[in-house]
Design a protein around this ligand. Sequence first.
Ligand SMILES: Nc1ncnc2c1ncn2[C@@H]1O[C@H](COP(=O)(O)OP(=O)(O)OP(=O)(O)O)[C@@H](O)[C@H]1O
Length: 581
Amino acid sequence: MKTLLRLMIYVRPSAGWVFIAVTIMILATIIDLVAPWILREIFDEGIDKRNMAVVLWLTLSLAGIQALKSAGMFVQGYTQELVGQNVVFLLRKELYSHLQRLSFSYYDRAQTGQLMSRMTGDIEAVKNFVGFGAMNLFTGMLTFLGTIIFMMTMQWKVTLISLITIPFILFVLWRFNHKVGPAWSNIREQMGRLTTTLQENIAGIRVVKSFATEKVEQRKFAERNEQNFETNMERAKLEAKAFPLMGFYGGLTFVLMIWIGAIFVARGEMSLGTFMAFQWYTWGIIWPLNMLGWQINIMQQAVKAAPRVFEVLDTPLDIVSPAGGTETAGMKGNVVFDRVTFHFADQDAEKDQPILNDVSFRVKQGEVIGVLGATGSGKSSLIGLLSRFYDVTGGCVWIDGVDVRDYELDGLRSSIGIVPQETFLFSASIRDNIAFGYPEATQEQIENAARKSQIHSFIESMPNGYDTRIGERGVGLSGGQRQRVALARAILMDPPILVLDEATASVDTATESAIHEALLEVMKGRTTFIIAQRLSSIQHADRIIVLERGRLTEQGTHKELNEGNGFFRQLFDKQKQIAHE
Ligand SMILES: Nc1ncnc2c1ncn2[C@@H]1O[C@H](COP(=O)(O)OP(=O)(O)OP(=O)(O)O)[C@@H](O)[C@H]1O
């Protein structure tokens, strides 16, 4: 009930259309109720009294109101769909906008396939009910009650006796409703899992193929597909049992009506016209009940699908822009990490080892900082805190003396240009990919950024130059080329803070060296963090900080660290030894 009430919020903007559809439905129902009554008059006042003029006029009026009803049904069908589509439109818009604002922590746990199935199948199920189902449910109930009232006023005894089967039909409906709900719940959930399997398989098809696990993947998909097939067949069995039974009781009502009606006509307690009208009215009782089975089906689908959509909508936004957040215009890039401790949301802050533990350091505007550490030591997490991908668990991160949590969020993120470890390129032209964060950029600006990241001449050599379209994973580009496109994307933003997270890890040493030469110019005046595992990547760093298991263990210049005997010195010796071998 709560779900249905909540859905009403999305129907409210279409209230005008709902009013039109419902008014037409009420008029159509009245026509359905009046038509058998006219039939009775044709018999009793026309045929019985041999008055052909009455027959003619009443038949013509019957034809007239039926034509009117058909025209009304056209408008009603259209408005019904319009209301449903409006609800889908609003829900999708709200869901998409919420998905845009959900934090990294949410996406760390979320399954893409589940989200896709909520965005498509689940919302579609809601539409079917809101547009078609709910309104037909309303018409059905109106027709059912109206028919009984009309019949009672004509011959209440025959009506009451013939309706003896109704409780049986209602019982079958109640049981069906009770059982089909959980079946739909399973089906919606299974569809989510099926889509997840499909999405993961397609996204990871290169891994699947390189490990030759197509058959295993096929089996996994087949298992889930089969589960879904079986649950659907269980549901079909429920329908196959309930609907014929309801049809049988409906037929029985019809037969009873004829039999009891005939007795009352023979006794002179019912006119032949009323008898004929009752045959027509019987359909007004049977079809709404039979339709009710389908409507319940549609309603249960929506009732089970809508909470899956609402669950996403109700996920709180844990990282939001503060009201009246500090503007970032004119940001210089003085960064301070002050006793920063960090746990991921799914960690136990009491028991689990923090990802970053009491980390403090200062970076002045324009400084180039190398962040060095073994894999998993917390380097990317450190940078994530700067851009508020996550918020600190303890301590504070300051930029220009302002806590990052007090900055206007979009401004903060646009002020920090990040070249991540894994680049995502959109299925668009290379130009659009570079200008992703700054769509208004001129061709000259784009080319400049591409030159600085050593990718311009390669783009120029492609058949369509900057207009060359690339796949969603940047297919057609090598790992190093993808990284350089991402680098150009960050440079184009002209941010006061630049972060290169293993940004040159996929390029050869000569290109890395060329990129770093070019970056010398780019980094001028900008605070730059270079995250790296090899020393060649941080040769231009003014200062280096070393992370070990979330703790800052060393910091200083190349020279200072080389004089020590810590991680830096060991790495230096190791890499020197490898170079000699
Ligand atoms: N979303 C997450 N939830 C829980 N733990 C995570 C999550 N992401 C990373 N971790 C853990 O946090 C630790 C630090 O990860 P982080 O990515 O910051 O390391 P890193 O130093 O950048 O490593 P690499 O050099 O391999 O990229 C790792 O032990 C990792 O397992």
